[in-house]
Design a protein around this ligand. Structure first.
Ligand SMILES: Cc1cc2nc3c(=O)[nH]c(=O)nc-3n(C[C@H](O)[C@H](O)[C@H](O)COP(=O)(O)OP(=O)(O)OC[C@H]3O[C@@H](n4cnc5c(N)ncnc54)[C@H](O)[C@@H]3O)c2cc1C
Length: 411
């Protein structure tokens, strides 16, 4: 093994140039840590799952106050502030599961019991939705909801780095811990850098890097395709256009009018577990189209709309469907941020705030706090309790590490 040079020694190394890596870079900077290295295998940042500009964001609503629901309320609040400069849209209409038997009072009571206020989550009838959202479909309207340009966040984060802080076109193949330092290796088994603080933020790539240091994480790939459809202004689709983003079995953004008078419409996203094929599938376009047709009304003519573009990405999903974030118990200075699933906007914002607070606490104490993820006063005030934090930590999957039990998927 060749010895690292002083110029290869960093205060922190971040592996991954997607939204997870970008949010960690922001946390390092918030703590005035500038001697860090951000590494990505792509020539540019956001060449993976974060390479799209239409990531929808609204709090999750389920039947009860599950951990996912409680976490998503806090994380949504963070996302609105932290990604404010990349936010678009004037609300999201989340369609009722059963639009025919939509009971406004019952739903309003349920939302209130889950901690929502009438201003932040309005249960609306089909008539109210027509006026507010352009479509006659009952549901819950989140006035603060919208969509985020993930790609732009990552590009901007990397454009602010110095040459010494960013290393592109470099694939990390192995990590190892020796003498209180993490060592990061490239494909040729050469040392890229050494650091007391290592952040694994490489999406599904975290699985093999963690495995190289005997950490087994239950991560799986879920392929997703976001379709862009086109239709003419005289088509039946143009008569049922949403004016806000809509979510349900599928989601869509408001269609954009093109120079030639036609419309382009982003609709997503297919969900294929254990698939990693990045090519565009005609079958996924068809799935997206069928779902949006079912959602928005079956009067529209399927022959009047066609796919013109697509984004394909591989989501990284943990077996309990919650993100994995925080320090790794028993591995001082090792942190993970992955398994953002279909909620990269929210979970990256929550992680950013938590890592900012956690690093500040570690720096204050000159010690690694691998037993807990320090949430800070603001998030605690918003309801981030001990059980919620435990449900995020990598330790929930580590043999022998005491932690709260993994929870079952709730949505
Ligand atoms: C079709 C689709 C639609 C989606 N819609 C939404 C949505 O509406 N709302 C929402 O919130 N989320 C959405 N998501 C999810 C969101 O895009 C992801 O949660 C998020 O982008 C994951 O970010 P990440 O940084 O963890 O992973 P990535 O963006 O994949 O970043 C990981 C990076 O690590 C690099 N890397 C991997 N391995 C290595 C290695 N060994 N060495 C060096 N570099 C490495 C990769 O090159 C990559 O750049 C969607 C996802 C898909 C696929």
């Amino acid at each position: 093994m060749s010895m690292p040079t002083p110029s290869q020694t960093y205060d922190a190394i971040v592996i991954g140039g997607g939204i997870a890596g970008a949010s960690i870079i922001k946390s390092l900077k918030n703590n005035n840590l500038s001697n860090f290295l951000a590494i990505d295998s792509g020539e540019l940042p956001a060449q993976g799952t974060s390479g799209h500009d239409g990531a929808l964001c609204h709090p999750y609503i389920g039947r009860g106050a599950s951990r996912l629901q409680r976490l998503s309320m806090i994380a949504f609040n963070e996302a609105k502030q932290i990604w404010a400069n990349y936010w678009s849209g004037g609300g999201v209409l989340h369609l009722a599961r059963n639009v025919e038997n939509h009971d406004k009072n019952l739903m309003s009571e349920r939302l209130l019991s889950q901690g929502f206020s009438f201003e932040k989550a309005k249960v609306i009838s089909a008539d109210e939705a027509k006026a507010l959202c352009g479509v006659s479909l009952a549901g819950t309207f989140f006035p603060e909801g919208g969509w985020v340009d993930l790609k732009q966040i990552c590009e901007n984060a990397f454009s602010l780095l110095t040459q010494q802080q960013a290393l592109m076109s470099c694939t990390v193949t192995k990590i190892a811990y020796r003498d209180k330092y993490w060592i990061v290796y490239d494909k040729q088994q050469k040392i890229i850098g050494v650091t007391p603080r290592l952040f694994l933020a490489s999406g599904l790539g975290v699985k093999s890097l963690a495995a190289s240091t005997q950490i087994d994480l239950p991560l799986k790939p879920v392929r997703g395709q976001l379709s862009t459809f086109s239709y003419k202004k005289e088509s039946s689709w143009a008569r049922r256009q949403p004016t806000v983003a809509i979510s349900g079995k599928a989601y869509c953004l408001p269609p954009i009018e093109m120079n030639d008078g036609s419309y382009q419409w982003m609709v997503g996203s297919s969900y294929d577990e254990h698939e990693e094929d990045l090519s565009v599938w005609a079958q996924s376009h068809q799935e997206n189209l069928n779902l949006i047709w079912e959602m928005l009304g079956k009067e529209c003519d399927l022959a009047e709309i066609e796919p013109v573009d697509a984004f394909v990405g591989i989501r990284c999903v943990a077996s309990d469907r919650l993100p994995i974030m925080g320090p790794v118990k028993g591995y001082p200075g090792l942190y993970i941020l992955t398994a953002l699933g279909s909620r990269g906007v929210m979970w990256s914002a929550l992680a950013h705030q938590m890592f900012t607070e956690h690093l500040a606490e570690e720096i204050r104490h000159s010690a690694f706090l691998d037993d807990r993820f320090f949430a800070g006063a603001r998030l605690t005030g918003l309801g981030l309790s001990e059980d919620l934090v435990s449900s995020l930590l990598p330790a929930r999957f580590l043999a022998g590490a005491s932690n709260s039990k993994p929870i079952l998927p709730s949505g």
